[in-house]
Design a binder for this molecule. Structure first.
Ligand code: NDP
Length: 459
């Protein structure tokens, strides 16, 4: 922990992320009863806004987040906005000089502008304890992520860099720590001895939703698997931690990510890609992806990606971790599904099929279910399948609020450490290269379906 933050300098304050996610989450964080934070919010962007326009943006965003009037008024009392070119050292210096100590600089900017702003910071005098907050994508491959890490290391110590992956602030994902480490039941069987496979799925019904400018350059593998789903894998597969803090958690995640690689070390066979064609979702007509505004078919971007990852260590050798995410699918399915191995033996005389036990952790709605076999009704020797279900306790804050709390506390526990950001690219880079080189076929699926029919072998 580097001490708490006195001001949040939002660079790119007029952008989509700031208005739709960051400002509402900040309001909700400041609104919490146990929150005694006093943070001065300074917005900066290319828009020539006066104070009224800026205050109106905060009002609208806080209203979206159902933030109390009290929290709103306390922010409005001290906030200000400045038009600035965030790639200019002079503009940045005067912005930072105007921030009460200690500032956190949030780069809510297009990735290339973030890099240019970080380069400009080399010519700026940063107050002691300044925190830097970076969005995804962090680099575009392992090499560019390493280069950005080197640049950041010249500016502030690693513990003052928050690489945001808001999945780490999702309550279900944080619940993984409770499920695994606060129960006797799971950890002893949490290995290749008892687990057959792990599926980490993030299927959306959402389509492109006018995000071609970003998504058509990224695709499902880079957008979801390289960042979010590998982070979730790390929490599922890491070794037990002694302390739930930034050091132990991030060390454990780094260790397991270092052991990850595409299945059989074969980047061509370990992944599958597909793209949606015309179809309908819940009665809504969806055009072919390539006909969506802003899409360039020549880029051959995938909208559904699957990657089989192996973890080359004692605990997990031989267990496939299937990471899958896609758009325009029939069903919203967002979960971690742990499938246990078949029974070694079912007593003779018991009837029915003993299906493997499964633990299902669902995101939104946040639920947990343990699917298992018990004796059926009537005939006690007949097996019956049941699911022990519970809602997960909702988090105190939405995911962005949770990660912002880490930023404002100067606690990087939920931030992605530099080495792990590079490790995630190391796993994905060869697969991306194989796809971009045309070495892996692009399958198709109708919007509103479960994906290509030839893929119907998943869990
Ligand atoms: P936007 O393009 O909506 O916003 C970026 C903002 O930065 C714009 O207001 C832009 O102004 C401003 N800007 C660009 N260059 C400069 C400059 N030189 N000086 C001052 N301001 C500048 O992008 P998003 O908000 O969507 O995304 C921001 C970051 O967050 C990206 O890294 C993205 O990947 C990430 N992200 C976004 C999510 C989202 O849902 N939007 C979700 C997760 C991550 P102008 O338009 O006038 O150029």
């Amino acid at each position: 922990m580097t001490g708490s933050i006195g001001s949040l300098l939002l660079l790119g304050a007029s952008g989509d992320l700031s208005g739709r996610l960051l400002l509402p989450a900040l309001g909700q964080l400041l609104d919490r009863e146990d929150s005694r934070r006093e943070v001065v919010l300074v917005g900066a962007g290319s828009e020539d806004w006066n104070s009224d326009a800026w205050q109106q943006r905060i009002r609208t965003s806080f209203a979206d987040g159902k933030v109390s009037d009290e929290a709103l008024q306390s922010v409005l009392a001290t906030t200000r906005y400045a038009k600035a070119d965030v790639t200019s050292p002079d503009d940045l210096q005067s912005l930072i000089d105007s921030c009460p100590p200690t500032p956190a600089l949030y780069f809510a900017l297009p990735p290339s502008v973030t890099v240019a702003a970080c380069k400009a910071l080399q010519q700026v005098s940063l107050p002691e304890g300044t925190n830097l907050v970076l969005e995804k994508p962090f680099g575009l491959n392992q090499e560019s992520a390493a280069s950005l890490n080197r640049l950041l290391a010249e500016l502030v110590p690693e513990d003052q860099v928050h690489r945001i992956d808001h999945f780490l602030g999702r309550s279900t994902i944080l619940n993984l720590l409770g499920v695994r480490f606060a129960n006797r039941l799971f950890e002893p069987v949490w290995s290749n001895e008892h687990i057959e496979r792990v599926d980490i799925i993030f299927d959306e019904q959402l389509t492109l939703e006018n995000r071609a400018r970003y998504y058509d350059h990224a695709g499902a593998l880079m957008d979801m698997i390289q960042s979010h789903l590998l982070q979730v894998l790390a929490l599922v597969a890491m070794e037990p931690i002694a302390r739930a803090d930034a050091v132990d958690l991030r060390d454990a995640k780094a260790q397991v990510l270092r052991a990850c690689r595409p299945w059989n070390d074969d980047p061509v066979r370990a992944g599958r890609q597909a793209r949606y064609t015309r179809g309908s979702i819940d009665g809504r007509d969806v055009p072919d992806y390539t006909a969506e505004p802003g899409v360039d078919p020549a880029r051959n971007t995938e909208t559904l990606a699957e990657l089989l990852v192996e973890i080359d260590n004692w605990r997990w050798a031989g267990v496939p971790f299937r990471l899958r995410s896609g758009k325009a699918l029939r069903e919203r399915r967002k979960e971690v599904l742990v499938t246990f191995k078949p029974l070694p033996h079912l007593p003779t005389g018991m009837r029915g099929q003993a299906l493997p036990d499964r633990l299902r952790l669902s995101m939104g709605p946040d639920r947990m279910a343990l699917e298992m076999n018990i004796n059926g009704p009537g005939d006690p020797l007949q097996l019956d399948r049941v699911s022990l279900d519970t809602d997960m306790n909702p988090g105190r804050l939405p995911a962005y609020g949770e990660v912002l709390a880490g930023v404002l506390d100067g606690d990087p526990m939920l931030a992605v450490r530099g080495d792990t950001a590079e490790e995630c690219w190391r796993v994905v880079d060869p697969v991306l290269q194989a796809w971009r080189a045309g070495n892996v076929e692009m399958d198709e699926y109708a919007a509103g379906s479960d994906g290509p029919s030839s893929w119907a072998d998943g869990a």
